[in-house]
Design a binder for this molecule. Structure first.
Ligand SMILES: Nc1nc2c(ncn2[C@@H]2O[C@H](COP(=O)(O)OP(=O)(O)OP(=O)(O)O)[C@@H](O)[C@H]2O)c(=O)[nH]1
Ligand SMILES: [Mg+2]
Length: 510
């Protein structure tokens, strides 16, 4: 190899499997090699690829940064550089391997070793690699839940780190709700996200080695990846790559129960995938698998682009019909003359618990994000036999995907047409203001920001009462607990005042 390399003045490389067979011969230029697509050969999680790269260098240089990048990105067994001396004879040899247990920041994630000659190597190479491979899995002390896909959540902080960190917490909860086990989190400070990989290439190597150690199958990125970022990441990491938007869509798809809910989610998924489908004809199987590949329409989403377009038109038509029916129901209620009150708020604020408490119903309420997708309406009775219709709605979240808002247009009409909104806020959350802002923003997008709104601070039972006055003053709302019922009488009074006395007397301050 060294002789030929010298006479061609080019680097030469061999990919060799563990039985010693050559799978690829690569001819580079004087400075580098371009490694072809290696296919999905053995690239299971927690394992190396079973291929080592042996190649020549011409200029006396040892392992280069590119060599070490290939090592971790391609999960090679080893990268071995043999110096081709001017006389064509082999010179020193340098070997790079992935280092078990080294993934957290400070040290390089690989080991390198230099020996004077290939003859200085008489260990059992295969035993060495196999030991290394099993040591990688052993460095993980985390207990895996069997049958559950494991994930690493990743975010880039371009502004305040504590905000990015809180957002990452939320991403972790979303992943948990989607049925994934989150084993690690990575936050990188950057001026702006990398246009190719979101995080820097060096950080990506660290993530990949970490993924190998923890036997992680899924990488979850906060925010929305551009179609090309998604393609780059999915192609280069060979892991399932999911962004926040897809995660939310997957949760919605797992949770949708009614026909309308299911159609809405499928439409949102189609819209999200359309531009990505175009870019990822081959990697599509990895992309469209979603998480665990569940949910309605999941198999239908494997269809090609043309059929996706047809399906989208069909869904839109069907949803229109359902939306008309919903409008009819709403008009009927309107004719009966009952005012409409919608409970809105950040996901998990306690909206369903509140509806249950106030109307003695048994809507699903759980400590999960997006427990409710389909709106439920119940009559709420006041003294003097007055009644209103109280509706529990789908929760909002920061960066609620546009496609989802669009697809849920008809259910969100319940919000748009309400006479009064009850904006329920989880007062026990450290992120009260962020939540309030996200809800206000979504309401504005829906054109519901001019609807009279009562701000209600819920879960007050979970807050030390020394802080009550301060919270009340800061966020200007009624303090309640949907769980214990505290403060609900006051809330009922406020609703009544808004809807009836105000109407009767023309004006009355809230
Ligand atoms: N401590 C306390 N917990 C509450 C209160 N109200 C609701 N919760 C809990 O908060 C969690 C979420 O309640 P839900 O009623 O499902 O919230 P939601 O706003 O309907 O949530 P989504 O439908 O998922 O958007 C549940 O575990 C409730 O038991 C409250 O007043 N105090
Ligand atoms: Mg709910």
């Amino acid at each position: 190899m060294t002789e030929m390399s010298r006479s061609l003045s080019r680097q030469l490389g061999l990919m060799i499997d563990r039985r010693g067979r050559v799978s690829h011969v690569i001819v580079g230029d004087a400075h580098q090699l371009f490694i072809p697509d290696l296919g999905r050969h053995r690239a299971g999680s927690g394992r190396f690829r079973g291929l080592r790269l042996v190649h020549t260098h011409l200029r006396g240089e040892g392992l280069s940064r590119d060599d070490l990048t290939d090592l971790s990105l391609l999960k090679l067994d080893a990268v071995i550089v043999i110096q081709a001396q001017v006389n064509g004879m082999p010179g020193f040899v340098e070997v790079g391997t992935i280092r078990p247990g080294a993934a957290r920041g400070d040290s390089e994630p690989w080991n390198t070793e230099r020996r004077p000659s290939i003859k200085a190597w008489d260990e059992d190479y295969i035993a060495f690699i196999e030991d290394l491979e099993s040591a990688i899995g052993r460095t993980s002390t985390v207990k895996r839940v069997p049958g559950v896909e494991a994930a690493i959540v990743i975010a880039v902080a371009t502004g305040r780190v504590d905000e990015a960190d809180a957002s990452l917490d939320e991403l972790e909860r979303l992943a948990d709700t989607a049925g994934l086990q989150v084993l690690d989190r990575i936050l990188q400070r950057r001026r702006r996200p990398d246009h190719k990989f979101v995080i820097g290439k060096g950080k990506l190597q660290e993530v990949l080695i970490r993924a190998m150690q923890l036997e992680v199958e899924v990488l979850i990125f906060d925010g929305e990846l551009s179609p090309s970022q998604l393609r780059n990441l999915a192609t280069d990491t060979e892991l399932k790559v999911v962004d926040r938007t897809q995660l939310i869509l997957d949760i919605f798809s797992q949770r949708a129960k009614t026909r309308e809910g299911k159609l809405q989610v499928e439409l949102a998924q189609l819209r999200y995938r359309k531009p990505r489908l175009a870019l990822m004809p081959t990697a599509m199987s990895r992309l469209s698998g979603g998480i665990g590949g569940r949910g309605p329409g999941e198999t239908k989403l494997e269809i090609n682009k043309r059929r996706a377009g047809e399906r989208q038109t069909r869904l839109e038509k069907e949803l229109k019909t359902l939306s008309k029916q919903r409008a009819l129901r709403r008009n009927r209620r309107r004719r009966v003359g009952l005012p409409q009150v919608a409970i809105v708020g950040y996901t998990n604020a306690g909206k369903s618990t509140m509806l249950n408490r106030m109307t003695h119903s048994t809507v699903d309420a759980e400590d999960k994000l997006f427990a409710t997708l389909d709106p439920t309406s119940r009559r709420l009775r006041f003294p003097e036999s007055r009644e209103v219709i109280l509706t529990d709605t789908v929760g909002f979240i920061r960066h609620l995907p546009k496609d989802l808002v669009h697809a849920f247009k008809s259910t969100l009409e319940e919000v748009q047409e309400a006479d009064l909104l009850v904006h329920l806020i989880d007062a026990s959350s450290p992120l009260i203001q962020t939540h309030i802002d996200a809800v206000d923003k979504t309401l504005a997008e829906l054109g519901a920001d001019t609807t009279p709104t009562l701000r209600v601070l819920n879960k007050i039972d979970a807050v030390d009462n020394a802080h009550w006055p301060e919270i009340k003053a800061a966020h200007n709302g009624i303090l309640v607990s949907a769980q214990t019922g505290d403060g609900l009488d006051a809330l009922m009074l406020q609703i009544e005042r808004h809807l009836f006395r105000e109407r009767a007397s023309g004006s009355l301050d809230s």
